[in-house]
Design a protein around this ligand. Structure first.
Ligand SMILES: [Zn+2]
Length: 397
């Protein structure tokens, strides 16, 4: 089987006298994500499958029971599952840094649900100004940490943004926990322009890590000084990769972020990409102009390394969140209760990690355990499909 049973079965919940074992719920939820059912009701429709009695040792619980018990689950136990995947990949040397030698952890915010009607005690709120007047919208948002290695990246952890606080506060708790759970996993913490924040940079430096952030108008003096200097400074790197040309400027002596006691480094990348337009097949040049601010010293990270790490930040949005939402149904509200929302989101991250690890080209033969896990998941999906197609739950036609 998945050879995962011990860890899956080690998850606890807060019930005193459970009628349904926690392991039953965990196993059902893992299968729901791995086989991409997308909702508890869709999962419940596979109930007649003979698979369930073998995998759970009993009939599948109702959708209501699964949702309710996930709301009582020990979140630390669920996080430990992701740590196990990380440790295994690390031991197999499948999670190595890219050529520049630095492991990057990317932190970013992700909103999973927004509603004007449904709310819970941990919902964040905002006022929407509509034509019919102001209305309150309730939403849940998570700070998410992703580890970027060579050809493989993992969603390490997530932390809810609490009502009344900003994303940076949640990200701080997230990184503090990551430093305990994964102390040597990363060297650099990268984020979007929100993270070009004095308290944030100081916090990251105090942890013995380096900070990297997109530089935008929220630090106007620094942006202005960088633009002026880079007009006269010769480019420090000029490279062409296929249809992409990249000219970069790099200087580490900026004092125009005075709240930072030390000088900071700014890297600019002016990128021109030639694309052929679909409509008339004419070639068109697209230009993007990037600025990053970082505490990384030049001897530790070349211009190219900073540019690559800066761009890797986008993989959290382009690959990570899109994958999570489109393939893994991470934004679905399985049960609107704070713990349940977090537990389901963490399970979605976990299943995405397993999926990414499986498709990673660098995997060595020793990764058979993981491979067998996904293979198993595919078999499960196939088995569930078969049950739906041939089983008694089929709707009469
Ligand atoms: Zn809520």
């Amino acid at each position: 089987m998945l050879r995962w049973e011990d860890r899956l079965d080690a998850v606890h919940d807060a019930r005193r006298r459970p009628q349904i074992a926690t392991r039953t719920i965990v196993r059902a939820v893992v299968v729901m994500f791995l086989s991409r059912r997308g909702s508890l009701n869709a999962l419940e429709q596979t109930k007649p499958s003979s698979f369930w009695r073998g995998w759970l040792g009993q009939a599948m619980p109702s959708a209501d029971s699964i949702g309710r018990i996930c709301g009582l689950m020990d979140v630390a136990d669920v996080r430990a599952l992701s740590h196990q995947v990380y440790s295994r990949l690390k031991r197999m040397k499948a999670l190595e840094p890219p050529g520049h030698g630095l492991m990057e952890a990317v932190v970013d915010g992700h909103e999973t649900t927004a509603s004007r009607r449904r709310c819970c005690p941990e919902c964040c709120q905002r006022i929407l100004h509509t034509q019919a007047g102001d209305v309150v919208e309730y939403y849940h948002r998570y700070a998410v940490l992703r580890l970027v290695g060579q050809g493989l990246s993992l969603m390490l952890d997530a932390e809810p943004v609490r009502p009344g606080e900003d994303e940076l506060a949640a990200s701080r708790r997230l990184v503090e926990r990551a430093l305990e759970m994964y102390p040597r996993a990363f060297d650099v913490v990268a984020g979007d322009a929100l993270y070009a924040n004095t308290e944030w940079f100081k916090f990251i430096i105090a942890q013995g890590k380096h900070a990297l952030a997109v530089l935008k108008d929220n630090r106007p003096n620094l942006v202005q000084d960088a633009r002026i200097l880079f007009e006269v400074l010769p480019a420090s790197m000029d490279e062409s990769i296929g249809h992409l040309r990249r000219r970069c400027w790099d200087s580490d002596g900026f004092t125009s972020w005075p709240e930072m006691a030390t000088q900071v480094r700014v890297v600019r990348s002016l990128e021109t990409r030639t694309v052929r337009r679909q409509l008339d097949k004419r070639e068109e040049e697209l230009t993007s102009d990037w600025l990053w601010v970082t505490t990384l010293p030049k001897p530790r990270a070349s211009t190219q390394a900073v540019v690559h790490m800066g761009h890797d930040r986008w993989t959290i949005e382009n690959q990570g969140f899109n994958e999570l939402v489109n393939r893994w149904h991470a934004d679905h509200v399985y049960k609107h209760q704070p713990t349940a929302l977090l537990v389901f989101f963490l399970f979605a991250l976990l299943c995405l990690n397993v999926f990414i690890a499986f498709y990673c080209r660098n995997l060595k033969p020793a990764v058979r355990r993981l491979v067998s896990m996904l293979h198993m998941a595919q078999l499960i999906a196939a088995e569930l499909y078969t049950a739906i197609r041939d089983g008694p739950s089929r709707a009469p036609t």
